[in-house]
Design a protein around this ligand. Structure first.
Ligand code: HEC
Length: 733
C-alpha cells in the first residue's frame, strides 16, 4: 500500500471517529435522539432483561420495580455516596418515576413540567412546561402532581393536569402533537398518572372522581395521536345506548340517575400491559359521589367502580373483571399499583396479578381468566370483617354510615395503601407495601350540593358536621381519631401473611425499589432515604435528603457504574396538609453511586412558625359560618387550621400583612400564580370576614393551648348555630 493511500485511509478513519464521537457526545441532542429512538416494542419487551435502563414506569411490563443490578450490595453500601444533586426550583410535591436511557433521565414534576437531565453531570439538558392554566387548580383533588412519562421510538408522552396528552420529541422537548383527552367538556378531568405503551399505542386514563367524572381509558396511536379505542368504566344514560356491549350488564348494577353525576370510576394510576395474555389491566377508581346513597340510591354493586378490569390490548374490549369493593361508598379505589408475577401456589405455577388497593385487602388474581386465587387483610380494617367464600368482602354492620351517625372507618380515604409504588422481589418472594394507617369520619350528607368543594371536589359528599354523634372503633388495633402513621410492610403473597412491618412516624412516605442484592429502598416523610435489608427490614444505610419524600427511587447504569436516583419534593394530597421536617426544601434530585463524594445542598435552618397574635371579636354564629365555608372551599388544600401545615400553609400562622390582604388573596387571586385560587365568584367580603374570624379564633385557641375537646365542642356548637341560622350565603341564595 502506498503511503498516500495509508494517509488517505487514516484520514477517513479519523474523520469517522471524530464524527462518531461528535454524534454520541453524551447529553447532545444527537445522543438523546439515538438512545430514545431505540426504545421500540422489542426494547420494552426486553426491559426485564436490560436493567441498565429504566424505560417504562414500573421498570418492566410486570411493573415489579425489582432491579437485577448488583454492583451496589450489602458489602459495599458504606461506600455509597452522593454523586450530584439538582435543584429543580419547585416547591410542590414530586411523585415522578424518571425514565432513563444511557444515563439520560426524563422526569416530571409539579404542574406537569418535564425535565431531561444528564446523570453523568447532574445538569438539566432541557425543560418543557405545558403551561397548565393556574386557575384550573380547583379541578385537582390531590395537588399539582404527576407520576411520570412513557417513552417510545424517540418520543415522550406526557399527561397534563388539564387532561391533555402531549407527545414530545425526546431530543429537545419540542412538541410533536397534543390532544385533549376529554370526551365531554362538561366534566372535570385531569391526568396525574404515567401513560403506558402497548403495541405502538399510548394508553392513558384520567383523574376527577371527586368531581363529576365518568371514567374511561383510551389508547392513542403513538405517532399520530389518533384515538384507537376507548373503554368506559361506568355506563352512561341507558337511553343513549351503550358505547360497548358489556356496559349493558354493568348498568344493571346501578340505580337512580347516576349518569347525571358522572359516576366516577376514573383510571388514574394502574394501567398494565401483559403481553403473555394480550391483556391490559386497569385499576378503576372510586364512585362519584363518594356516598352510594347519593350516587345509586337503591344500592347495587356499581360496576366497574373499584375493580380490576382486563381489556383486550388490540381493541380495548372487555375480557373479565374483579370488583374489590362492591358498591363503594368509602373512596376505596382499586387504581393502586398492579404487579404481574408467576407464583407457585399449591404446587402449581400460576400467572398472577397482585394488588393492595385502598380497602385493606391484598389480592392475588389469576391473569388467565380473572379467578380470585386469594385475598386477605394486609392492614387493620373495620369496614369488613373478612373475605367471603364468594370473593366478596363481608361488610361490618353500620360501615355504610346509612344511619346518619359519624362512623370512624379504617382504612381512611387515604387507603391502607395509596399510589406509592410497591415492589415485588423475586429474591425473597415478598411484595413490599408502602402503607398507611388512619381512620376517617364518614357522615352521610343529606344536602350534598353545599359541602366540600374547592380542590377537594364537589362530589366528595361527606357532611363534615362536628355535632353529629360519632361511632368510635374501640378495637385495640384501631387508629384513634386524629392519629395516623405510615407502615412499611413485607408481605408474602403465597401465604397471604405479613412477614415484617415497620411503623413510620408520618402517614405518607415514598414508593419502593428492591434489588437482587437484597436491598429495599425508600425515602420517607422525615427526609431520610433509607436502604433496608429485604428480609428483616433493618436499616443498612441512610441519607438525609432534607425534605420529605413521596417519589420512589430508581436505579440504572451509567458508563459501567450503578446509580440510584431519588426525586425529593414534599407535597401531594397528604403532604399539602402536614409535614415531618423542620423546613420544606425545594424540589431536588439526589443521585448516589459507589464512591460518590458530592456535597449535599445546604440544610436550611428550621422555619420558625407561630400562631398569629391577631384576635377576633366576631359573633359565634359568624365563626361557625367561617368554619363551614372553610370546610366547603378550603379544606381540600389547607389543613384544619392550627395543625401546622405542609406544602400549603396553615392559615393560623400567616404574617399580619397576609390577614390584611385576605380580600385580594382570597377573592381576587393575588397568589393565583402560586396555586392559590381566586374565590371571588363564590364568596363575598362578608364571608371572607367570617373565614378570617374562624381562623383567628382557632389561632387564639391553639396559642392559649385550649383543651382540644373544649375547642372541638365550641366549634361544634358554633357550627350548629350557623347551620340553624345561616348568615346569607351568595352560593346558596
Ligand atoms: C387548590 C388549592 C387551594 C385551595 C382550595 C385554597 N388554597 Fe389557599 N393557598 C393555596 C396555596 C398553594 C397557597 C400558597 C401560595 C404561595 O405559595 O404563596 C395558599 C395560600 C393561601 C393564603 C396565604 C397564606 C400565607 O400565609 O401565605 C391564604 C390566606 C389562603 N391561601 C386562604 C385560603 C382560603 C380562605 C381558602 C378557602 C376559601 C383557600 N385558601 C383555598 C392553595 C389553596
Amino acid at each position: 500500500m502506498r503511503l498516500t493511500t495509508i494517509i488517505f485511509l487514516a484520514g477517513i478513519f479519523a474523520f469517522n471517529f471524530y464524527q462518531c464521537k461528535q454524534s454520541t457526545l453524551p447529553g447532545s441532542s444527537e445522543h438523546l435522539e439515538t438512545i430514545t429512538a431505540a426504545i421500540s416494542d422489542d426494547a420494552l419487551m426486553n426491559a426485564d432483561v436490560n436493567h441498565g435502563n429504566w424505560t417504562t414506569y414500573g421498570l418492566n411490563y410486570r411493573e415489579d420495580r425489582h432491579s437485577e443490578l448488583d454492583q451496589i450490595n450489602k458489602d459495599n453500601l458504606e461506600q455509597l455516596g452522593l454523586a450530584w444533586t439538582l435543584d429543580l426550583g419547585t416547591k410542590r410535591g414530586i411523585q415522578t418515576t424518571p425514565l432513563i436511557v444511557d444515563g439520560i433521565l426524563f422526569a416530571t414534576g409539579p404542574w406537569s413540567v418535564v425535565w431531561a437531565i444528564d446523570a453523568r453531570t447532574g445538569q438539566q439538558l432541557w425543560r418543557y412546561d405545558p403551561k397548565v392554566p393556574r386557575e384550573k387548580v380547583t379541578e385537582f383533588c390531590c395537588g399539582v402532581i404527576n407520576r411520570g412519562l412513557a417513552m417510545y421510538e424517540g418520543d415522550l408522552f406526557l399527561g397534563t393536569l388539564d387532561a391533555r396528552l402531549i407527545s414530545l420529541n425526546a431530543e429537545d422537548g419540542s412538541v410533536n402533537w397534543e390532544i385533549n383527552t376529554k370526551n365531554d367538556e362538561s366534566r372535570i378531568l385531569s391526568i396525574t398518572g404515567a401513560p403506558r405503551i402497548a403495541k405502538g399505542r399510548v394508553i392513558i386514563g384520567n383523574g376527577g372522581a371527586e368531581f363529576n367524572a365518568r371514567g374511561y381509558v383510551s389508547a392513542f396511536n403513538a405517532k399520530t395521536g389518533d384515538l384507537a379505542w376507548r373503554f368506559f368504566t361506568v355506563p352512561g344514560n341507558p337511553a343513549d345506548g351503550f358505547e360497548h356491549s358489556d356496559l349493558e350488564d354493568a348498568a344493571n348494577t346501578w340505580t337512580g340517575e347516576w349518569w347525571t353525576q358522572g359516576g366516577g370510576g376514573t383510571v388514574w394510576d394502574a394501567i398494565v400491559y401483559d403481553p403473555e395474555f394480550n391483556n391490559i389491566y386497569i385499576g378503576v377508581g372510586n364512585g362519584s359521589h363518594w356516598d352510594r346513597q347519593i350516587r345509586s340510591p337503591q344500592g347495587g354493586d356499581n360496576l366497574y367502580l373499584s375493580s380490576i378490569v382486563a381489556l383486550d390490548a388490540d381493541d380495548g374490549s372487555y375480557k373479565w373483571h374483579y370488583q374489590t369493593t362492591p358498591g363503594d361508598t368509602w373512596d376505596y379505589t382499586a387504581t393502586q399499583h398492579i404487579l404481574l408475577a408467576d407464583l407457585e401456589i399449591d404446587g402449581q405455577e400460576r400467572k398472577v396479578l397482585m394488588q393492595a388497593p385502598k380497602n385493606g385487602f391484598f389480592y392475588v388474581i389469576d391473569r388467565s381468566g380473572g379467578e380470585l386465587i386469594s385475598a386477605d387483610a394486609y392492614t387493620y380494617m373495620n369496614w369488613a370483617t373478612g373475605m367471603g367464600e364468594d370473593g366478596r368482602p363481608i361488610e361490618a354492620p353500620g360501615a355504610r354510615y346509612e344511619d346518619g351517625l359519624t362512623h370512624w372507618i379504617t382504612p381512611s380515604t387515604l387507603g391502607g395503601h395509596n399510589w406509592q409504588p410497591m415492589t415485588y422481589s423475586k429474591r425473597t418472594g415478598y411484595v413490599y407495601i408502602p402503607g398507611a394507617v388512619e381512620a376517617e369520619p364518614y357522615q352521610h350528607n343529606p344536602n350534598p350540593e353545599t359541602t366540600l368543594a374547592g380542590a377537594l371536589g364537589a362530589q366528595v359528599s361527606l357532611a363534615g358536621r362536628l355535632y353529629v354523634p360519632p361511632v368510635f372503633d374501640t378495637h385495640p388495633e384501631a387508629p384513634q381519631p386524629g392519629m395516623a402513621y405510615g407502615q412499611l410492610i413485607a408481605y408474602d403473597p403465597v401465604k397471604q401473611e405479613k412477614v415484617w412491618s415497620v411503623r413510620q412516624a408520618f402517614h405518607s412516605n415514598g414508593g419502593l425499589l428492591s434489588t437482587t442484592t437484597g436491598l429495599l429502598m425508600q425515602g420517607d416523610a422525615q427526609g431520610i432515604f433509607s436502604i433496608r435489608d429485604d428480609e428483616t427490614g433493618d436499616i443498612l444505610w441512610e441519607y438525609d435528603v432534607r425534605s420529605g419524600v413521596i417519589a420512589p427511587p430508581v436505579t440504572y447504569m451509567v458508563d459501567g457504574e450503578q446509580h440510584i436516583t431519588l426525586f425529593v419534593g414534599w407535597g401531594g394530597r397528604i403532604g399539602q396538609f402536614g409535614n415531618a421536617v423542620d423546613r420544606i426544601h425545594p424540589g431536588t434530585v439526589y443521585t448516589f453511586k459507589l464512591g460518590g463524594e458530592a456535597e449535599a445542598p445546604e440544610k436550611l435552618p428550621p422555619l420558625e412558625k407561630s400562631y398569629t397574635t391577631l384576635t377576633t371579636d366576631a359573633a359565634q354564629v359568624n365563626i361557625g359560618e367561617g368554619f363551614n365555608i372553610f370546610v366547603q372551599y378550603c379544606i381540600g388544600c389547607h389543613v384544619n387550621p392550627g395543625m401546622g401545615g405542609g406544602a400549603i400553609p396553615d392559615l393560623t400562622m400567616s404574617s399580619d400583612g397576609i390577614y390584611n390582604a385576605y380580600n385580594s388573596i382570597i377573592l381576587d387571586g393575588q397568589l393565583s400564580s402560586e396555586g392559590m385560587p381566586a374565590f371571588g365568584e363564590y364568596l363575598t367580603e362578608e364571608e371572607v370576614e367570617d373565614l378570617k374570624s374562624y381562623i383567628l379564633y382557632t389561632a387564639e385557641a391553639f396559642r392559649n393551648q385550649m383543651n382540644p375537646l373544649e375547642y372541638m365542642t365550641n366549634l361544634a356548637t358554633m357550627q350548629y348555630m350557623a347551620d340553624m341560622n345561616p348568615p346569607k350565603r351568595k352560593n346558596i341564595e
